[in-house]
Design a protein around this ligand. Sequence first.
Ligand SMILES: O=C(O)c1ccccc1N[C@@H]1O[C@H](COP(=O)(O)O)[C@@H](O)[C@H]1O
Length: 200
Amino acid sequence: MKHASNIAAVAALKPAYMGFIFYPKSPRFITEVSAELIKYIPNGIKATGVFVNEDIEVVKGHIFKHRLKAVQLHGNESVAYCEAIKLTGIEVIKAFGLAESFDFAQLVAYQNVVDYFLFDTQTAGHGGSGRVFDWNLLQHYTLDKPYFLSGGIDLQHTQSLEEINDPRLYTLDINSKFEVEPGLKDIDKIKKFINSFDKF
Ligand SMILES: O=C(O)c1ccccc1N[C@@H]1O[C@H](COP(=O)(O)O)[C@@H](O)[C@H]1O
């Protein structure tokens, strides 16, 4: 999210979270000017900073400056790193890129530190790929911690998403498939997506 009127239009749809990408290599990277717009997000929506292997003091700076309610960590952030962010009092969402080779055992060490896991598609770019992973891999996830499902979710996935019967699936994270251009969300398409569900 980068543009004031687009942020307001998405906020009007009342998502639980709105994400702002503080990763310089992303086409959705927000500058200082666009980061200022976060303050216009209503209290009921969690303004979320998305970071990739960022210096922890830089993350903390954004948390306080922009009054973030959550951070979404998309790199190789350690358990200790997540713990330090958690001490700031905000919600920590730790993202993992899934692929056949993914070792689910590594999640055990994070489970008591983070609020949610986020399962995305494993790519070199760390996220925002628009690619879907094989959701059957989630059969190997044995912990109780609820998770966000992410990675290339599009309008065409509604029915398959409805069929996922997993109480740990906390919410869906949509991104690049609902854009007119990077950082500019397609409001009509998001409305269609929301209205196509009975659950979520
Ligand atoms: O969106 C990005 O550019 C991005 C860059 C680096 C890390 C995370 C990023 N976005 C997050 O990636 C997932 C999946 O997005 P997509 O649906 O595949 O486009 C999502 O959680 C975004 O918040």
